[in-house]
Design a protein around this ligand. Structure first.
Ligand SMILES: C[S@@+](CC[C@H](N)C(=O)[O-])C[C@H]1O[C@@H](n2cnc3c(N)ncnc32)[C@H](O)[C@@H]1O
Length: 268
């Protein structure tokens, strides 16, 4: 039986965040893949709970022949899409169990994505290794200092490379994580960066951590790392889409943005 947890806001550093979230994703992975795997597709590229599809948006540009890194790849669905479109993807994830699911899907599809266990804040790659770095709700909102992960992305990218990532829309942090109408009441400060932490009722210890930043924090981090911002996509909720995913639902999605996708590049 799952241990009951309570949401809190409290300070948590990177090492503790990684340790806690690795445990949580290892525990949750089987349920996550069973629940969301069919929606994501074994070789689909879904940016967000709105169903935002890379096949339509092409935010990464032409990936054919490109070296592509996915940070927080989960079971590698997006990287498999890159592979199917002629790219050379590598997936990195914090969770061993998520990567085991990636191997399971590799075997089932014959589309094999090389994967690495690691954290987005310490990428185990040489400078100038990739043409494209991306993350679809992967590591970016699980880091204590956004500058560290953005600098790491810039370091491993070649000049002219593209960086794109989706995260919970920063304005969502004003609301409780509730997909119903009750979740439409803003009762927390947009500017309060204190991490969101789920704490075990039994032990009092954190079981899950998310760090949030404002829209401007992300723009600043990108600029400081030398990126040029090309787009900030705020996917609209498709009126016919009626799938609830955590705090994302049609009820809220028709009124307020749930996802932000930053698209940037490094000058040549
Ligand atoms: C919501 S899933 C997104 C993955 C995939 N795009 C999907 O839709 O299933 C978040 C993933 O980020 C990984 N993750 C969390 N923190 C990370 C970190 N610091 N570095 C790398 N991966 C991380 C988790 O293990 C998990 O697989």
């Amino acid at each position: 039986m799952d241990t009951p947890v309570r949401p809190e806001r409290r300070a948590v550093g990177q090492d503790e965040t990684d340790r806690v979230n690795r445990g949580e994703w290892d525990r949750y992975s089987d349920e996550y893949q069973a629940t969301h795997g069919p929606f994501l597709g074994d070789s689909g590229f879904v940016w967000s709970p709105e169903g935002t599809d890379e096949s339509e948006l092409r935010l990464l540009g032409d990936v054919s022949g490109a070296d592509v890194l996915e940070i927080g790849c989960g079971a590698g669905q997006c990287s498999r899409w890159v592979l199917a479109h002629g790219g050379r993807p590598v997936g990195l994830d914090l969770s061993w169990r998520q990567l085991q699911h990636s191997r399971r899907i590799d075997d089932a599809t014959g589309l094999v994505v090389p994967v690495v266990l690691g954290t987005g804040t310490r990428l185990p790659f040489a400078d100038d290794s990739f043409d494209v770095v991306f993350s679809a709700f992967g590591a970016l909102q699980f880091v204590a200092q956004e500058q560290v992960v953005v600098d790491e992305a810039a370091r491993v990218m070649r000049p002219g490379g593209r960086f794109a990532f989706s995260i919970t829309h920063p304005t969502r942090w004003m609301f409780q994580d509730d997909p119903s109408e009750a979740g439409l009441v803003a009762d927390m400060s947009y500017w309060d960066r204190t991490p969101y932490v789920e704490v075990s009722e039994d032990t009092g210890r954190p079981t899950y951590v998310e760090h949030h930043r404002t829209i401007g924090d992300w723009v600043r981090a990108l600029a400081r790392a030398g990126f040029v911002l090309d787009d900030l996509v705020e996917p609209e909720w498709p009126p016919e889409h009626d799938r609830t995913w955590g705090g994302w639902s049609r009820t809220r999605g028709l009124l307020t943005p749930g996802t932000a996708i930053y698209v940037a590049h490094l000058p040549r």
